[in-house]
Design a protein around this ligand. Structure first.
Ligand SMILES: NC(=O)c1ccc[n+]([C@@H]2O[C@H](COP(=O)([O-])OP(=O)(O)OC[C@H]3O[C@@H](n4cnc5c(N)ncnc54)[C@H](OP(=O)(O)O)[C@@H]3O)[C@@H](O)[C@H]2O)c1
Length: 275
């Protein structure tokens, strides 16, 4: 933390994506110093240039699935004069497909990016976070981590695992100064969702949020001061509760939608879409 201004140093993974972009703008507008991580260096440079006081922010391009590139990112964080106060694990990939159409490489990509990477990065940055008086960890999950949705079995498993990891860590670090947060958006209007996913959501009447709405919720968690978790969207929040109490009700509702889900999953597969 910059003691004079109170500005926090935030490592934001997936900054080059839709939610990352909105989050970077919200955090920069509050005067925080950002480490903008992603793989697409051009997009990251453009994002940095578009932020207020762009000289305060750093671009760190890395494929987080590569342990060496991840270590290089951790080394960069350690070299910062004010350390890192906040880690936002936002980078992620999705895969909309029936299980029969998902090969091992695709499973590995989703599970590594959405689950192994945030766990490893959190572990490696803990010593730095422990030095900050305003340390926070925010993990970006998904409503699909709480409602097993056909066509998103592997993605849902990765986000469900991320939620479980966050919950355990919130308790493990409960007697420390580090706050641990979890945010589960419903569908968000970003390029993570292929045309088939957008079509599926439309056909099922699923509503979506803007990346800005997700950024606002994320900033509210950070500024709330206490460890917390949030689920976005109505009726999704209700469905999550019903699913926890009466999963068989949700089973029958979703099984009835299988013909539509199958049609869009097949369209996605035919289009050769990887998410
Ligand atoms: N969009 C939705 O409907 C939705 C709903 C619920 C939750 N979420 C979650 O929100 C988060 C952000 O999603 P988004 O919608 O903003 O997606 P997005 O626009 O596709 O952005 C994904 C970001 O993750 C980065 N990334 C992916 N794999 C990476 C890797 N191996 N190493 C480093 N960076 C990697 C991408 O970097 P490059 O582009 O530079 O490769 C990009 O910055 C994800 O965790 C997602 O699961 C999204």
């Amino acid at each position: 933390m910059d003691r004079k201004s109170g500005a926090l140093t935030v490592l934001l993974t997936g900054a080059s994506g839709g939610i990352g972009h909105a989050l970077a703008h919200s955090l920069a507008a509050r005067g925080h110093h950002l480490l903008l991580q992603g793989r697409n260096t051009l997009a990251l440079d453009q994002l940095r240039a578009s932020l207020p006081e762009s000289h305060r922010h750093l671009v760190v391009s890395a494929d987080l699935r590569d342990p060496q590139q991840r270590q290089e990112l951790v080394r960069t964080c350690r070299s910062l004069p004010n350390g890192v106060d906040v880690l936002i694990n936002n980078a992620g990939v999705a895969r909309f497909a029936l299980l029969a159409d998902i090969d091992d490489a695709a499973m590995r990509s989703v599970l590594e990016t959405n689950l192994l990477v945030p766990m490893a990065l959190t572990r490696d940055l803990l010593p730095l976070l422990q030095r900050s008086r305003q340390a926070a960890l925010i993990n970006i999950g998904s409503a699909f981590g709480h409602i097993g949705h056909p066509g998103f079995s592997i993605y849902g498993a990765s986000k469900s695992g991320l939620h479980s990891f966050t919950e355990a860590l919130r308790r493990e670090l409960g007697d420390s100064q580090i706050t641990v947060h979890y945010l589960a958006p419903r569908a968000v209007d970003t390029s993570l969702n292929t045309d088939a996913v957008v079509g599926l959501n439309r056909a099922l009447g699923n509503r979506s949020d803007s990346p800005q709405q997700v950024a606002e919720q994320c900033v509210a968690l950070l500024e709330g001061g206490r460890s917390a978790r949030r689920f976005m969207g109505w009726p999704e929040r209700l469905f999550i509760k019903v699913n926890a109490l009466l999963p068989s009700l949700v089973d029958s509702a979703l099984v009835k939608k299988m013909p539509v889900i199958r049609r869009f999953a097949e369209q996605n597969h035919l289009n050769g879409e990887t998410s």
